[in-house]
Design a protein around this ligand. Structure first.
Ligand SMILES: *[C@@H]1O[C@H](CO)[C@@H](O)[C@H](O)[C@H]1NC(C)=O
Length: 403
């Protein structure tokens, strides 16, 4: 064997080793997911190196995914698409050209990306909003809330809330010919977190007269305090959203101070004096049996770091909608929740389903086997996954029937 051949062989083995990640057997098109995951991982490595050398913040590098994937607002034969602002917050509006003069439905959509990345202009979100608008003959408002690390909690929440409040005024709904009894709030991942938080706050806001008809939460993040749930343990190294990245997103939502992240990694970030709040996310009570799978609940596995005291946002329901008692859940609108099998956030969604049902809120829950976190955004080009199409179809079909 020549030295060149040996070199080539070694290089191939290294590349294969780098690209390879174990993909569960029931994931369709697993090889495609593996390549995508390798791309994300590589970007993560570049981000980590850039940060170590002091060139850039980790999330500024991760933001490249959003920037590279940008598409401008372009109208087509069915939908008029424009970028504008509501209450000074940038939004992308999708207005169907439908002939009929009857009032339309509306969806306020909040993109995912861990409060740090993502945007209304990403091709996958643009595609999803356009599709929603066309299929439902609905006005879609896709919101570009400000992001971490430049802006921390509660800026993201407040931006979205400002948009919701602006849009839900009768005069504004009239202007867009929207039926005020048929408005939905929806979002995926961090967007699902914001959607759930906004829906809760609107319920008790005396200034808002128009009520949401439904909320749709797609693999939402819903709690900050227990980052060692069975789903975090089962999916610690799953493609797209490993636990380390979720912890980074959560901590970055509140602060760039690394000590919060370090405390979160060992689940020690909640101050001991706040330990009674764990009852809201006690998975031994709120998870269905099949998802507990032999894990044993121990209260001693969390709490006690002082660092959490510096960030009261951690315990704020506007950041963690699971951290409210039943009275705050009562009266929420019909709720659609998607959870995925291979997702650290699976149990956040499952527990919200249980807690909402306990509070007599009608819930439609769809648990998707063989799906990883973020599947809904893999709809286009080389990055499309069959399960992404399925999720998007089911979501839009459900909206169509219930909004
Ligand atoms: C969680 O629930 C179990 C019962 O299933 C109970 O023994 C435990 O004290 C609870 N812990 C907290 C912090 O609520």
């Amino acid at each position: 064997m020549g030295i060149k051949f040996q070199g080539l062989l070694l290089a191939s083995v290294l590349v294969a080793y780098y690209i390879y990640s174990p993909i569960p057997e029931n994931v369709e098109d697993g090889w495609r997911l593996m390549f995508m995951n390798a791309l994300f991982r590589s970007l993560g490595h570049v981000a980590a190196i850039a940060e170590k050398l002091g060139f850039a913040h980790y999330m500024d590098v991760m933001m490249m995914i959003t920037t590279m994937d940008y598409t401008p607002p372009v109208s087509d034969e069915k939908v008029i698409v424009t970028d504008t602002t509501f209450n000074d917050v940038p939004v992308r509006l999708y207005i169907p050209k439908g002939k009929s003069d009857s009032l339309k439905r509306a969806v306020i959509y909040l993109h995912g990306g861990g409060w740090c990345v993502g945007g209304k202009g990403m091709k996958s979100y643009d595609f999803l909003s356009r599709w929603t608008s066309e299929k439902l003959n609905a006005v879609v408002v896709s919101v570009d809330y400000r992001l971490a690390p430049k802006y921390h909690f509660p800026t993201q929440f407040e931006d979205v809330y400002a948009v919701a409040k602006y849009f839900l005024q009768s005069s504004v709904l009239d202007q867009y010919k929207v039926d005020s009894s048929r408005v939905c709030i929806a979002g995926d991942s961090a967007g699902g977190n914001l959607a759930a938080a906004v829906a809760q706050q609107l319920l008790h806001d005396p200034e808002v007269k128009v009520k949401l008809k439904i909320q749709a939460l797609i693999y939402p993040a819903l709690q900050t305090i227990d980052l060692d749930l069975p789903s975090y343990r089962d999916n610690e190294n799953m493609p797209i959203l490993p636990k380390s990245l979720m912890v980074r997103f959560w901590s970055e939502y509140f602060t760039t101070d690394a000590s919060l992240r370090e405390a979160m990694e060992t689940n020690q970030h909640v101050p001991a004096e706040s330990s009674d709040i764990f009852k809201f996310v006690n998975w031994s009570i709120w998870l269905p049996e099949k998802f507990k799978k032999g894990y044993v609940y121990t209260s001693s596995s969390h709490g006690s770091s002082k660092v959490g005291q510096k960030y009261p946002g951690l315990l704020d329901p506007r950041a963690a909608p699971l951290l409210v008692d039943e009275t705050k859940l009562r009266g929420l609108p019909l709720t659609y929740i998607i959870t995925c099998q291979y997702d650290v956030l699976r149990d956040d969604g499952l527990m919200y389903v249980s807690r909402l049902r306990e509070a007599e809120v009608p819930v439609v829950h769809e648990h998707v086997e063989g799906a990883v976190h973020g599947s809904l955004t893999f709809l286009m080009g080389p990055f499309n996954l069959p399960v992404g199409q399925k999720l998007a179809n089911n979501y839009i079909e459900w909206l169509n029937e219930n909004l």
